[in-house]
Design a protein around this ligand. Sequence first.
Ligand SMILES: Cc1cc2nc3c(=O)[nH]c(=O)nc-3n(C[C@H](O)[C@H](O)[C@H](O)COP(=O)(O)OP(=O)(O)OC[C@H]3O[C@@H](n4cnc5c(N)ncnc54)[C@H](O)[C@@H]3O)c2cc1C
Length: 304
Amino acid sequence: MKYDEYYQELVRLDVGTILRDEPLYKHTTYRVGGPARLFVKVKDLDSLIQTIKYCRKHRIKLFVIGRGSNLLFSDKSFNGMIISLENFHQYKINGHQVVAQCGVPMIKLAYDCAKVGLSGFEFMGGIPGNIGGGIFMNAGAYKSSISEVVESVTILDEHLQLVTLSKEEMDFGYRHSIIQDHKKWIIIEATFQLTTKTVKEVNDLLDKRKERRMSTQPWNQPSAGSVFRNPETGAAWKYIDDAGLRGYEIGGAQVSPKHSNFIVNNGYASAKDIYDLIFYVQKVIDEKFHVQLKPEVRFINWES
Ligand SMILES: Cc1cc2nc3c(=O)[nH]c(=O)nc-3n(C[C@H](O)[C@H](O)[C@H](O)COP(=O)(O)OP(=O)(O)OC[C@H]3O[C@@H](n4cnc5c(N)ncnc54)[C@H](O)[C@@H]3O)c2cc1C
């Protein structure tokens, strides 16, 4: 009942598109996840601030989502609000500098920059997240990561002030940024410094990367990319392979026969199937090799 009242009030506040009991499988690349009591696509920065203030006043739990390509929501209802920043989708190119809002898809930005011969984003060509999620995770591939091209990141901090953090202040590491340590910070936009190459050179590299992904990854099945971080002792996929788990299934979830660090949804997986398979793989690798694989995927709404 109270969510109906929140919904009505938020509609009156006119902060953006507000959905009730929105199924989260529609917003995650795993295509699983129960409904969110409230799902708000905020219009702009003012609406975002207004929405956060509203949530604080009413003690509504909130969670910011990008393209949901690194998330495993549970099957149960998310008793709170999911905020989507997909309306923050503007970017500007000024010489070698690119300023992109958090809701710009990384793939789009990589291809658009290639058209004008800007190099540095080629590794992003197959990563299906947005700039916000990419910065949060320090997304990377082929020995490159987003941190290498970041100049600064503007966030909305816990006091609802805009603050610009330098690359050094972002504390980037392997799939890590400082944002992960500050639950209330929201990435608004990032500034990047790229270099120039010929349009052909940049496009050739993008094409090469794309071909490699298509031949080695199950791109046509729902997944969240690599499930585990690579431990210092080797590649996660190799441990999973060596344990004989390639192709292993629980319900509708399967260790991809094409890439053993991917878990795919065979079309009928519940979030619980995927969750159970991730922790089964982790347990087997620990037992066989005494290696603790750490998930790269983030688990949301699992605590009871
Ligand atoms: C087929 C496939 C291939 C992939 N390949 C790669 C790869 O090569 N390399 C790689 O690194 N990853 C890869 N991934 C994983 C994923 O795409 C990345 O982790 C990506 O950076 C997540 O971005 P997102 O927008 O989907 O974020 P989400 O999954 O929606 O969110 C991830 C986290 O970021 C937070 N977040 C998102 N936006 C903001 C914001 N504006 N402010 C604050 N917090 C925010 C969320 O709260 C959440 O905690 C792959 C995924 C798939 C499905």
